[in-house]
Design a protein around this ligand. Structure first.
Ligand code: G1P
Length: 293
C-alpha cells in the first residue's frame, strides 16, 4: 500500500527552452532569474516549504548549472566569509544543503518520458510533480494538493482558470463540481486543444501522482508531437482511477517564455524587499506616462 504522506518531489528540467532563445543557447532556462533568484529555486523552495524531504531533478544535456546552483561554492563562500559579508553568505549557502538528486533524460522526448525517469527514485510512494515553467505567488499550492491527497488518496491535478484564448497553450481539464470547494472531479483532459474546450481550467504544473502512472507511461508511444505526453497518461489513468482537480486561488505565472517571465519579474519586484522601494515609484511613473499618452 502506498503511503499517505508525500515526501518526495520530482522536477523535470530537461526541456531545451526553445521558446526563450537566444537566452537559452548557453544557459539552462531554469537558471534564468526572476529578479535575482533562478526560476528553479522558486520551485524547490515551494516544495521544501510544503514538507518535501527529497527532490529529484530530471536534467539533460547542458543543464550542469542547475547542479552547480544547488551545490556549495567553496571559493565564493571563502571570499564572502573573509569580507564579513554575512547576508550574502547566507544567500550563497542556503541552497547547498538540500536533498536534491539528479538523473538525466537522454533524449528530449517530452514531459511524460521525463517523468518516467523518476520510477526508481519514487518506488512505492506518492509524489509531488512540479513543472519548472510554472511559478506561483500566494498560498503554497504544493502544500494544498499534498493536504488534499492526504484526505482523498487520489491523484490530484492543480488547475487555474485561463482566458479562453489561452486554452490552446495548456492541458485543459473537463471537470465536475464536488461537495468540497475548489475540488473537482476530472472527467477528461486534453493537451493544448485547438478548438474551444468545455472548460477553461488549465493544468498548472503541480500534480500529486501515484506510482501507477509509471506503468501507464511505459506503455505510451511517442505521439504526433514527437513527445510522450503526461496528459495522455493521465487520460488513461482516469479510465480506472478517479482523478481530482484542485483550483488554485493564488496567482500563477508560466515563465517558460519572455512574456511570462517579464510579468512574474514585475510582480515579484513589487514584493522584493531590496528592489521595491525604487521599483514601485518607477512603475507608477511609467503608468502615468502611458495614461497621458
Ligand atoms: C505542460 C503540460 C500542460 C500544462 C503546462 C503548464 O505543457 O503538458 O498540460 O498545462 O505544462 O505550464 P508545456 O508548457 O510543457 O508545453
Amino acid at each position: 500500500m502506498t503511503k499517505v504522506q508525500v515526501k518526495k518531489a520530482v522536477i523535470p528540467a530537461a526541456g531545451l527552452g526553445t521558446r526563450f532563445l537566444p537566452a537559452t543557447k548557453a544557459i539552462a532556462k531554469e537558471i534564468l532569474p526572476i529578479i535575482d533568484k533562478p526560476a528553479i529555486q522558486f520551485i524547490v523552495e515551494e516544495a521544501i516549504a510544503a514538507g518535501i524531504e527529497d527532490i529529484l531533478i530530471i536534467t539533460g544535456k547542458g543543464k550542469q548549472e542547475i547542479e552547480d546552483h544547488f551545490d556549495a561554492n567553496f571559493t565564493l563562500e571563502q571570499n564572502l566569509k573573509a569580507k564579513g559579508k554575512e547576508k550574502l553568505l547566507k544567500l550563497a549557502t542556503e541552497t547547498s544543503n538540500l536533498n536534491i538528486h539528479y538523473t538525466r533524460q537522454h533524449h528530449p522526448r517530452g514531459l511524460g518520458d521525463a517523468v518516467r525517469h523518476a520510477k526508481a527514485f519514487i518506488g512505492n510512494d506518492p509524489f509531488l510533480l512540479l513543472l519548472g515553467d510554472d511559478i506561483i505567488r500566494g498560498e503554497n499550492l504544493s502544500k494544498q494538493i499534498i493536504d488534499l491527497y492526504a484526505k482523498k488518496r487520489q491523484t490530484v491535478i492543480a488547475g487555474v482558470r485561463v482566458d479562453p484564448d489561452k486554452t490552446k497553450n495548456y492541458g485543459i481539464l473537463a471537470i465536475e463540481k464536488t461537495a468540497t470547494p475548489h475540488v473537482f472531479q476530472v472527467l477528461d483532459m486534453i493537451e493544448k486543444p485547438q478548438d474551444q474546450p468545455s472548460s477553461n481550467m488549465a493544468a498548472a504544473g503541480r500534480y500529486i501522482l501515484e506510482p501507477t502512472i509509471f506503468s501507464i507511461l511505459d506503455q505510451l508511444e511517442v505521439g504526433a508531437t514527437g513527445e510522450v505526453e503526461l496528459t495522455d497518461a493521465l487520460i488513461e489513468l482516469q479510465k480506472t482511477h478517479p482523478l481530482l482537480a484542485y483550483e488554485y486561488q493564488g496567482e500563477w505565472f508560466e515563465v517558460g517564455d519572455a512574456k511570462g517571465m517579464l510579468k512574474a519579474s514585475i510582480i515579484f519586484a513589487i514584493d522584493h524587499p531590496e528592489v521595491k522601494e525604487e521599483f514601485i515609484p518607477y512603475l507608477k511613473n511609467l503608468a502615468e506616462k502611458f495614461e497621458n499618452e
